[in-house]
Design a protein around this ligand. Structure first.
Ligand code: PAF
Length: 282
């Protein structure tokens, strides 16, 4: 398993393969890998002879210093887990200096309004930070395909928009949400859940499933009110937002249309851990 910490070295290594016409599949991560990440890696390997995984806790996408400090960092464990999939995976695990240089400057982007909905309303500057790092990673790795999980559905939509607007020569692929047996969406943050909260957290997905059924006969407003009530009565989980949104604009639906496709999105706190999840509605 090759772990690169230095961007000039990994660039040279990848260029050698690309010169032979080998395509590169890329899975950007912040580490603390779980089976959801591994399924992205397997998909990248199924479609490309070379798979690069980046492991980098990106400081510019955190709006909360405490959250950044507590974010799990488990590089040795991550390397071992990736080895179970293939020893040929190339890992890029840079320092902040290697990736950003002397100054961790954030670029400001216009994503046609996608950035102002949901996560954008509650995490100021988050998507500028994500897009800054992903754009830099694309410039370093030069992937042919890049894989992102649908748990961060808004992030996926924004990265697709980024590549479109900035003419990045990469195909962005979304991949289905991986769930624990309980239904809880897999997330690097789950390992920080205390037992009571871990038991409570599957309520998020159960509520999304029930909301999906209700959306068949009820309006978005009625479903939203119902979900808010369920969380208001819950002892451990605190709802930050629930939104039924048009998948093209991510704007909340006012009136249902048969020609549009919708998804329901939740962000909720389990203690101090912020969890997100979503479900396709039609
Ligand atoms: O989804 C993540 O883990 C991060 O937002 C990403 C895409 C690796 C950028 O830091």
């Amino acid at each position: 398993m090759t772990v690169f910490k230095d961007k000039s070295k990994i660039q040279k290594h990848i260029a050698h393969y690309k010169a032979q016409g080998i395509t590169v599949g890329f899975v950007p991560t912040m580490g603390a890998l779980h089976y959801g990440h591994l399924s992205l890696v397997r998909e990248a390997l199924a479609n490309n002879a070379l798979c690069v995984v980046s492991i980098f806790v990106n400081p510019t996408q955190f709006d909360n210093a405490e959250d950044l400090k507590k974010y799990p960092r488990t590089l040795d464990k991550d390397v071992k887990l990736l080895e179970t999939v293939s020893k040929a995976i190339i890992i890029y695990a840079p320092s902040v200096e290697d990736l950003y240089g002397a100054d961790t400057k954030v670029e400001h982007f216009n994503f046609d309004g996608l950035e102002f909905e949901m996560e954008g309303r509650f995490r100021t500057g988050h998507f500028d930070g994500v897009a800054t790092v992903v754009k830099r990673l694309f410039e370093i790795v030069k992937p042919d395909q890049a894989y992102f999980g649908e748990k961060d559905y808004q992030q996926l939509a924004i990265i697709k928009k980024l590549t479109e607007k900035h003419n990045c020569p990469v195909q962005v692929k979304g991949w289905k949400i991986h769930r624990e047996e309980s239904g809880l969406a897999m997330s690097s943050r789950n390992i920080r859940l205390k037992p009571d909260y871990k038991r409570a957290a599957p309520f998020i997905y159960k509520t999304l499933q029930a909301a999906k059924i209700k959306f068949g006969t009820k309006s978005a407003k009625e479903v939203t009110e119902w979900v808010e009530k369920q969380f208001a009565q819950h002892e451990l989980l605190e709802l930050e937002y629930f939104s039924i949104a048009d998948i093209k604009t991510l704007k909340p639906v006012k009136r249902k249309s048969k020609t549009k496709t919708y998804r329901a999105f939740i962000a909720a706190y389990a203690d101090d851990i912020r969890l997100i999840d979503n479900i396709a509605l039609n």
